[in-house]
Design a protein around this ligand. Structure first.
Ligand code: ZN
Length: 322
């Protein structure tokens, strides 16, 4: 029944239900004290992947990789699909990738990077928006092919290293290949590499360690602040009775408050639909070099999804009230 309900949901719904982060943390601690280097086994099944592929075809619909903003050989490039946003930031000292897509999509991301003229083996840093399999699934393979350092927040660490969906640890359908986190990033901390500096913004709620990233990118003599937003949709997350994880409602609220302080020139996210990529890309192809620059876009998006959150909380609270 649970699975049926899940399958019937629209994609953004990636986020199931269940209690207790403690279970996950306890087992993760046990595993790490017994064998510090041993990662959990990859339990993603081909059968489940086939279902995901069938139910979310846009996640697998090819998009020609392209530069979003930046000068020749620098800036940020899109290496995802119609439905999933993965991003590539080249530097002279090796490259940075944000998100790996689904568990079977690392080869696709690697191909996109190759098409852009770079070697995926030269990825040095892997970042993750959040530990849900449609964004973290390909990271283990990208790490294996490049030896890159995996950087993530403490809140998402147990799910990344355990390969599960926090609060739905028992749900096979939501498993991802476990990936070892090499460095923990805190709110406001930066990652500097090859002349590029990226700032982490912790936006918990959608996942406990949801992390957005900002960076400044130059184009045509001007600098643009680029945001790759983690997400703050409720999707199928349980907010009450019991919550997906303790403190989730307060986390969403603080994330909406914090988001109002951000006014990026370029708003990007891990689902292209969030930032209207297809239309902007058309404008770019038609010759508008600044098609992705719109400093109002993120504020508008946050207002919309905050409304969704309030609705979702009201509905879930009503449903939980006898
Ligand atoms: Zn998600």
């Amino acid at each position: 029944m649970k699975m049926m309900r899940f399958l019937a949901m629209p994609l953004l719904a990636l986020a199931a239900c269940a209690p207790s982060p403690d279970i996950a943390e306890a087992s993760n601690e046990q595993a790490s004290s017994a064998a510090p280097e041993a990662l959990a086994e990859n339990k993603v099944s081909a059968e489940n992947l086939a279902k995901w592929r069938k139910d979310n075809s846009s996640w697998y619909a090819a998009v020609e990789p392209f530069q979003v903003v930046g000068e020749q050989g620098a800036g940020i490039y899109f290496v995802g699909t119609e439905g999933l946003g993965m991003f590539f930031i080249p530097t002279a000292d090796g490259h940075i990738v944000i998100d790996g897509g689904m568990p079977d999509q690392a080869p696709m991301v690697a191909d996109a990077i190759t098409k852009l003229g770079y070697d995926p083996k030269d990825i040095k840093i892997l970042l993750n928006s959040h530990a849900h399999l449609d964004h973290s699934g390909g990271l283990a393979d990208l790490k294996a092919m490049s030896g890159a350092q995996m950087i993530a927040s403490e809140g998402d660490r147990s799910a990344l290293e355990g390969g599960f969906y926090l609060g739905s640890e028992e749900e096979d359908f939501l498993l991802a290949p476990p990936v070892k986190v090499d460095r923990i990033i805190a709110d406001g901390e930066t990652v500097s590499h090859g002349g590029v500096t990226m700032t982490a913004h912790l936006h918990p709620g959608h996942s406990r360690g949801c992390t957005s990233w900002t960076m400044d990118i130059a184009q045509g003599g001007k600098s643009y602040e680029v945001l790759v937003f983690c997400s703050a949709t409720v999707a199928a997350n349980r907010l009450v009775n019991p919550p997906q994880y303790e403190g989730i409602v307060d986390d969403y609220r603080s994330t909406f408050d914090k988001s109002r302080d951000l006014k990026p020139d370029v708003f990007l996210a891990n689902h292209p639909g969030f930032f209207g990529m297809a239309k902007k890309r058309e404008k770019q192809k038609a010759g508008d070099a600044l098609a992705f620059v719109d400093d109002q876009a993120f504020g508008k998006f946050i207002t919309v999804i905050e409304g969704w959150f309030k609705d979702g909380l009201r509905k879930q609270t009503e449903a939980a009230t006898p």
